[in-house]
Write a protein that binds this ligand. Structure first.
Ligand SMILES: *[C@@H]1O[C@H](CO)[C@@H](O)[C@H](O)[C@H]1NC(C)=O
Ligand SMILES: *[C@@H]1O[C@H](CO)[C@@H](O)[C@H](O)[C@H]1NC(C)=O
Length: 322
C-alpha cells in the first residue's frame, strides 16, 4: 500500500515535471537568436557567435538611394566566405554618421525620410534575406559615433531623434520583425569616440573622470548622459515594435561594462534607464571591442583579451564585436 502510493506519487511528479518543462521550453524553441542568462540560444541550442565585422562597402552609402545594386554582390561574397570558414555572424554598418541615410532636412535637422527614393527599408530587408541563404546572422550597426553634425543633432535633441524613430527606426524594426537572419541591433559603434573627458557628474553612470584616457578620439562633443539617452530611446523603440529583438552597442573597452575593479558599468540597465527614462530601453548583451594600443602593442588591463567573461561580473552574454 505504502509502495503503491509512493510509486503513484513518483509518477504524478514526473508528469508534473514534464508539463512544466514543456511550458518553459517552448519559448526557447524560437528559431530567432535569443539570450538565456549568459548564453545565446538558437533553435533550442546554445550557440557561440563567431564571425566578422564587415562594417561597410562604401562608408554610409550602402543602403537606400541607388547604392544597393553595388553593395549586394560584394556583401554576398563575404557571406559566402564567412559560411565556408564556419562563421555564423556578420556585423554590418547602416547609417554610419548619417552620411546619406536617413534623409535629413538640413535647415531643421529633422529626419524627413529614410532616403530620397523609398528604397532603404527594402534594401536592408534584402540584406537579411541574402544572409539567410548562407545561415548568417546579421548584426546591423545603426550608427557610428563620428563628427557629422547631422548625427550630433539626433544625439543632442530628443525631438530630432524622435523623428528618426518614427520615420525610420520603427518602420525598419517592423519590416525586420521575426526575421531569422536578424541577430541583433547594434545601436552605435563606439560611442566613447565622441565623449568628453573630465566630465564631472554626481552620478557615476555619467562621470567620465574614471575613463579619461582614450575617450573622445573624434572630438569632445557629448557626455554619457546624452549618449546613453540616445541608446535607451532607440532600444525601447525597437522593442516596442519587436519585443523579441536583441539590442546591443559596439562598446569601446571592457572597462566600461563592469562594476568591478573600481569601474562603473555605463551600459547597465540602471544607467541606461536613468539617462533616457525608458524601462525597456536596455541591452540584451554586451558587444565589446578590444584593440592593442598603437605604441606598446599592449591591451588595456581590463580589455577583453585579458579576461574571461565572468571576470566582468555581468549577467548578460559578452561578444567581442571588434
Ligand atoms: C525644412 O525645414 C524648414 C525649417 O523648419 C521648413 O521651413 C521646410 O519646409 C522643411 N522642408 C522640408 C522638405 O520638410
Ligand atoms: C547641443 O545643443 C546645445 C543647445 O542647443 C548646443 O549649445 C550644443 O552646441 C549642442 N552640442 C552639439 C555637440 O551639437
Amino acid at each position: 500500500m505504502k509502495m503503491t502510493s509512493s510509486l503513484f506519487g513518483l509518477v504524478s511528479m514526473n508528469v508534473f515535471v514534464l508539463i512544466v518543462l514543456t511550458v518553459f521550453v517552448q519559448p526557447a524553441s524560437s528559431n530567432r537568436l535569443t539570450v538565456s542568462g549568459t548564453s545565446f540560444m538558437l533553435n533550442n541550442n546554445k550557440v557561440f557567435l563567431s564571425g566578422g565585422n564587415l562594417a561597410w562597402i562604401n562608408y554610409g552609402c550602402d543602403y537606400g538611394y541607388d547604392f544597393y545594386p553595388n553593395t549586394k554582390p560584394k556583401v554576398e561574397e563575404q557571406f559566402k566566405l564567412m559560411k565556408q570558414a564556419g562563421g555564423n555572424t556578420m556585423r554590418i554598418w547602416i547609417h554610419c554618421e548619417c552620411v546619406s541615410s536617413p534623409l535629413i532636412n538640413e535647415t531643421s535637422g529633422y529626419v524627413i525620410a529614410p532616403d530620397n527614393n523609398g528604397k532603404f527599408l527594402g534594401d536592408v530587408k534584402d540584406l537579411l534575406d541574402t544572409a539567410e541563404k548562407y545561415d548568417i546572422l546579421v548584426i546591423p550597426t545603426l550608427w557610428s559615433a563620428g563628427k557629422h553634425p547631422r548625427l550630433h543633432g539626433l544625439i543632442n535633441d530628443t525631438k530630432k531623434l524622435q523623428s528618426y524613430i518614427d520615420i525610420v527606426l520603427k518602420p525598419l524594426a517592423t519590416k525586420l520583425k521575426g526575421h531569422k537572419a536578424l541577430g541583433a541591433y547594434d545601436i552605435c559603434n563606439e560611442p566613447e569616440g565622441i565623449l568628453i573627458r573630465h566630465s564631472v557628474d554626481t552620478d557615476p553612470c555619467f562621470d567620465t573622470r574614471g575613463v579619461n584616457f582614450g575617450i573622445g578620439w573624434h572630438g569632445a562633443f557629448f557626455d554619457y548622459k546624452h549618449m546613453l539617452r540616445f541608446i535607451n530611446l532607440q532600444s525601447a523603440a525597437i522593442k516596442s515594435v519587436d519585443p523579441g529583438a536583441l539590442v546591443t552597442v559596439g562598446i569601446w573597452e571592457g572597462k566600461v561594462i563592469t562594476d568591478k575593479f573600481n569601474m562603473v558599468n555605463r551600459y547597465s540597465d540602471d544607467c541606461l534607464r536613468k539617462a533616457g527614462g525608458k524601462k525597456e530601453g536596455v541591452l540584451d548583451f554586451y558587444s565589446v571591442h578590444g584593440y592593442s594600443n598603437a605604441i606598446g602593442q599592449t591591451f588595456d588591463s581590463l580589455g577583453v583579451f585579458k579576461h574571461s567573461a565572468p571576470d566582468y561580473g555581468v549577467n548578460k552574454p559578452i561578444v567581442v564585436g571588434e
